[in-house]
Design a protein around this ligand. Structure first.
Ligand code: SF4
Length: 196
């Protein structure tokens, strides 16, 4: 059976129009049969054809798979695996493959949900409002709990009343800034779920 298949393969190679007329026939023939692609199909281009390509790294986990981000008219139109990445060779897991929806998504939350102390309902607040409130609470808490020295008089310069728990989409640079800022405030409870 193997011999027969090999014979048929050799014969097909000898009879193939591509053998006689050049490699471009690979696009117009499938073996001995003319390629059934219509003229319209042959002229179709992928939607990323005219887009600018930017190389990046998936923001989600420590594997660090390579991504290509396609931008057209200042807008991200697609994110795909980067086949030049030595880490991932063009592959992305389902989470990384959905990165586009992290960037472009009409259902993404753009406001903050806030529940006041003792309230039972959530209110929607603008992000700026939440930033001001967090800054104010950090300031007040640090002022109230900052310890310059311990009981023996040794310097501490810390507060144990404020902590930070980071998320997986924080990258190296953001984590660097978080660490610098929070340590400079005297915070020591700093943790991050990301592993990059
Ligand atoms: S594509 Fe998946 S495995 Fe790769 S870095 Fe992103 S989350 Fe991690």
């Amino acid at each position: 059976m193997t011999v027969f298949a090999t014979f048929i393969g050799k014969l097909a190679q000898l009879l193939s129009p591509a053998k006689a007329k050049g490699d471009h026939l690979l696009q117009t023939y499938i073996g001995l049969v003319p390629n059934p692609l219509s003229k319209r199909s042959q002229q179709l281009q992928p939607r990323i054809h005219d887009a600018q390509t930017y190389r990046s790294v998936c923001p989600y986990c420590a594997v660090g798979c390579g991504q290509r981000i396609y931008v057209q008219d200042g807008r991200v139109i697609d994110i795909e695996g980067d086949s030049d990445s030595p880490v991932s060779g063009g592959c992305l897991c389902p989470k990384g493959a959905a990165s586009f929806e992290l960037v472009v998504n009409p259902n993404r939350w753009t406001t903050v949900k806030y529940r006041a102390p003792y309230a039972t309902d959530w209110e929607e607040k603008p992000l700026d409002w939440a930033m001001d409130r967090i800054a104010q609470l950090v300031y007040e808490t640090r002022e109230a709990t900052f310890q310059e020295k311990n009981k023996e008089g040794k310097p501490l310069n810390n507060t144990l009343a404020i902590g930070s728990l980071g998320g997986a989409t924080l990258d190296n640079e953001e984590n660097y800034l978080i660490t610098k800022l929070f340590h400079s405030l005297g915070m020591v409870c700093i943790e991050n779920q990301a592993r990059i």
